[in-house]
Design a protein around this ligand. Structure first.
Ligand SMILES: [Zn+2]
Length: 324
C-alpha cells in the first residue's frame, strides 16, 4: 500500500475521473447506494468438515440470502467436494442448493493455492481443475462459468506473473471478480467457530456482537475512499465467506447494509460502473481492495490509505491470528 507506481497517461485518466459535484454524484449513482455480495470458499469454509454441519451452514446461509433477495455469487473450491480423496455427491448437492436458489457460481481455484507461493503453471492447472463440477452444474442450467476470484486476493507479486495470469484468465473466458469492500470477516469467522467448538458461549456472543458494527465501519470507510478517489460512491463489491458466522449473522449484516441505503445488485451490474475500467498496475505481496490498487496506480500518498478500521484485539486472539 505504500508503493507509488507512476503510470504513463495517468494524467488523462485522472482528469476523466475528476471529483464530481453533489448533483453529479447523485447522477452517477442514480441517487442510491449499491453493493454486490460475493461469497468465497464454497461450499463451506469450516473447521467442521462433516456433511451434516456443512449442510446446516449452507441451508441457513442461503435462507438469509434468499430472504433479503440478494443476487449473490459464490466462488467454489472443488477440493472441498471430496471426502477421503473421492468426490462426495452429498457435497456436490451443497453447490446445487446455490444453483437452485438461482445464484451464480464462480471459480476460486480447486485447492486455494497462493499465487505468490506457487509456480504459475501449477497455479493455472489448479484453476482448470477447479472448473469441472461447477461448470457442469452451471451448464445444466444454461449458464456458463464466467468469473474468477483470486485466493487471498493475491493477483501476482510481480508485474510479469500478474500479466501472464491475466492473459490466461482472458483466454479461458474468465472475468476477474474484484473486491472493493475488503475486510477481515474471515478472522471473525475463525474466532466465532473456535469459540463454538470450544463451547465458550460468552465468547461466541462477544465475537458475534462485534461483527456487524465492525462491518459497518468498513462500509463507511470504503464509501469515503470511493468518494475520495472517484468523486462518487461507486457500485461496491463486498467479500464474505461461506461460513458459520454468516449462516448465523448474514441476516443482521444485510439489515445493516440496507439501513445504510444500499440495494443489493449482481456482480454483472456492479461491474458496469466505470470505476472498474480504471487501470490497476499494482503488483506486490498484499491482497488488497481494488480501490487501493487504483489509488496506488494513481500515485496517491500514504495519507490516502489512513483510517482503515482494524479487527478488535480479542477477535484476533480468539482466532489465533497475529496479522490481518
Ligand atoms: Zn478464499
Amino acid at each position: 500500500m505504500k508503493t507509488k507506481l507512476p503510470v504513463a497517461g495517468l494524467i488523462f485518466l485522472i482528469a476523466s475521473f475528476s471529483p464530481l459535484s453533489v448533483d453529479a454524484q447523485k447522477l452517477a449513482t442514480g441517487g442510491r447506494r449499491t453493493v454486490s455480495v460475493t461469497i468465497d470458499d464454497l461450499p463451506v469454509n469450516s473447521l467442521r468438515n462433516d456433511v451434516t454441519t456443512q449442510t446446516t451452514i449452507t441451508r441457513k446461509l442461503l435462507q438469509a440470502i434468499k430472504s433479503h433477495r440478494v443476487p449473490a455469487i459464490g466462488f467454489v473450491n472443488e477440493n472441498k467436494l471430496l471426502t477421503n480423496g473421492e468426490r462426495d455427491e452429498r457435497r456436490v448437492t451443497l453447490l446445487r442448493m446455490w444453483i437452485d436458489a438461482n445464484l451464480e457460481l464462480g471459480n476460486h481455484t480447486f485447492s486455494h493455492p497462493d499465487l505468490h507461493r506457487t509456480p504459475l503453471e501449477t497455479f493455472r492447472e489448479d484453476v482448470i481443475s477447479g472448473e469441472e463440477v461447477t461448470s457442469k452444474l452451471l451448464n445444466a442450467k444454461g449458464r456458463t462459468l464466467r468469473y474468477f476470484r483470486h485466493p487471498f486476493l493475491h493477483s501476482g507479486n510481480d508485474s510479469e506473473t500478474k500479466r501472464k495470469f491475466e492473459e490466461f484468465l482472458l483466454e479461458r473466458g474468465y472475468r476477474v471478480a474484484p473486491v472493493t469492500i475488503d475486510n477481515s470477516e474471515w478472522i471473525f469467522a475463525r474466532a466465532y467457530e473456535n469459540a463454538l467448538v470450544r463451547g465458550d458461549k460468552q465468547m461466541v456472543k462477544r465475537v458475534a456482537e462485534a461483527y456487524v458494527p465492525y462491518m459497518e465501519k468498513k462500509f463507511a470507510y470504503f464509501e469515503q475512499q470511493s468518494l475520495a478517489l472517484f468523486g462518487y460512491e461507486m457500485k461496491q463489491v463486498l467479500l464474505l465467506h461461506a461460513n458459520a458466522l454468516n449462516a448465523d449473522y448474514f441476516d443482521k449484516l444485510a439489515k445493516m447494509i440496507k439501513k445504510r441505503g444500499y440495494e443489493f445488485i449482481s456482480l454483472d451490474e456492479a461491474l458496469t460502473d466505470k470505476a472498474y475500467t480504471f487501470p490497476d498496475t499494482y503488483a506486490g505481496p498484499a491482497g488488497i481492495t481494488w480501490i487501493h490498487r487504483w489509488a496506488i496506480t494513481a500515485g496517491k500518498s500514504d495519507d490516502f490509505f489512513r483510517g482503515e478500521p482494524l479487527t478488535p484485539a480479542f477477535v484476533m486472539k480468539e482466532a489465533g491470528v497475529t496479522a490481518e
